[in-house]
Write a protein that binds this ligand. Structure first.
Ligand SMILES: *Cc1c(COP(=O)(O)O)cnc(C)c1O
Length: 377
């Protein structure tokens, strides 16, 4: 069998940047400061500059980033937060932990993002926030979300774990993902577009007061060392991770443009195949392609393609197997049919800046061959 092709080739990326990363790690170890310190501060200000946002507060992971954001808002227990049902579980998990209630919204037709037009109907007297997720690397329609939020006095928390560097651009409303609402959160999980060598996360805001509070919450609620003003948690980005992220941040732009080229080649090659549907990118957002996801005609065809790829050493993933409202932990009686449907038909293909053209051709040819031979076509 030919060599396997992973979803993301982290080893290849490390080898490419090894000189700089090794030097940064060795310097940090040599300096003897392993928690906080200048390197963390430098990374925060570098990222704030990159994303054109006033405050970046680093923390231990993307889930903590969400938790710290919602702790800072201090919403009354039982408050409702409107979120997509088609996303990673972290958001629903954090809301439940804090005694808040996720209210789920379906996806748009023929796409993966939350259907903004369904939000207003879900607003009740208990609704306090909307938390859009810029899933797979593309921004949700933020101008509509901000409009609804303003009219109904709701907070907006953007989950930007998959969309760092993505740009929303509509008339009168533009900026980087995670910097348009009250708070944005992200993750530096190794496979994310900007990944470290372990867990890491960050929070963005232009609001001075929220920034101050979130920094305190991330550090045991301390206003000064050993002075605890509010209840916090221990959530810090390791100095070593910040050193690695500082190196990688210099490459984020080129990582993104390479991902976009890979995505374009997939789109060109797969867009017209029988039984394969490639959702279109919106006009109001760039797409940083954390995932390149396609929809197959039905569940059977999706599973058959996944198997065919696996038999040929090609990884693929189902993001996500179930919408949140169908997970045991978060179950509701909602009927959100589009999300339920795409979970059965979605397949995400390998994508990363290190995916070679040769490997991508192998994947594309396998899919073409598969669709030509697939029984129902
Ligand atoms: C990865 C991810 C998270 C959680 O990030 P961690 O760093 O793994 O805690 C949250 N939301 C979304 C959409 C994600 O993809």
């Amino acid at each position: 069998m030919l060599h396997p092709i992973p979803m993301v080739d982290l080893q290849a990326q490390y080898r490419r940047l090894k000189g700089d990363i090794d030097a940064a790690v060795l310097n940090t170890m040599d300096a003897g400061i392993y928690i906080q310190g200048n390197t963390v501060k430098q990374f925060e200000s570098q990222l704030a500059l990159t994303l054109n946002v006033k405050h970046v507060i680093s923390c231990a992971n993307g889930t903590d980033a969400l938790q710290i954001a919602f702790m800072a808002l201090d919403l009354p227990k039982g408050s409702e937060v409107i979120i997509p049902t088609y996303t990673y579980a972290a958001l629903a998990e954090v809301l439940h932990l804090l005694g808040l209630v996720p209210v789920f919204v379906d996806v748009i037709e023929d796409g993966f993002l939350m259907d903004v037009s369904q939000i207003v109907a879900k607003i009740t007297s208990k609704t306090k926030a909307i938390a859009p997720v810029h899933l797979f690397g593309e921004c949700v329609n933020m101008s509509e979300i901000l409009h609804i939020a303003k009219q109904n006095a709701l907070f907006v928390i953007e989950d930007t774990a998959q969309a760092i560097g993505s740009i929303f651009c509509a008339e009168g409303c533009s900026g980087f993902a995670g910097t348009l609402g009250d708070i944005g959160t992200t993750s530096f999980f190794p496979s994310k577009n900007l990944g470290c060598f372990g867990d890491g996360g960050a929070i963005f805001t232009n609001n001075d007061q929220l920034a101050k509070k979130m920094r305190m919450i991330a550090n045991h609620g301390q206003s000064k060392k050993y002075i605890h003003d509010i209840i916090g948690i221990n959530s810090r980005l390791d100095t070593l991770q910040a050193a690695i992220l500082l190196v990688k941040l210099n490459h984020l732009k080129s990582f993104t443009s390479t991902r976009q080229k890979v995505a374009q080649r997939y789109t060109d090659a797969l867009g017209k195949l029988n039984g394969v549907f490639v959702p279109q990118k919106s006009e109001y957002s760039t797409h940083v392609y954390h995932q390149f996801s396609i929809l197959l005609k039905d569940n059977e065809m999706r599973d058959a393609l996944k198997l065919k790829l696996a038999e040929n050493g090609v990884s693929s993933m189902v993001y996500y197997l179930l919408p949140l409202h169908k997970q045991l932990a978060y179950k509701t009686n909602d009927s959100l049919p589009l999300s339920e449907d795409i979970c059965n038909r979605v397949l995400s293909l390998p994508i990363c800046p290190e995916l070679t053209q040769e490997n991508q051709d192998r994947i594309i040819n396998l899919i073409i061959e598969f669709t030509q031979n697939y029984k129902n076509n």
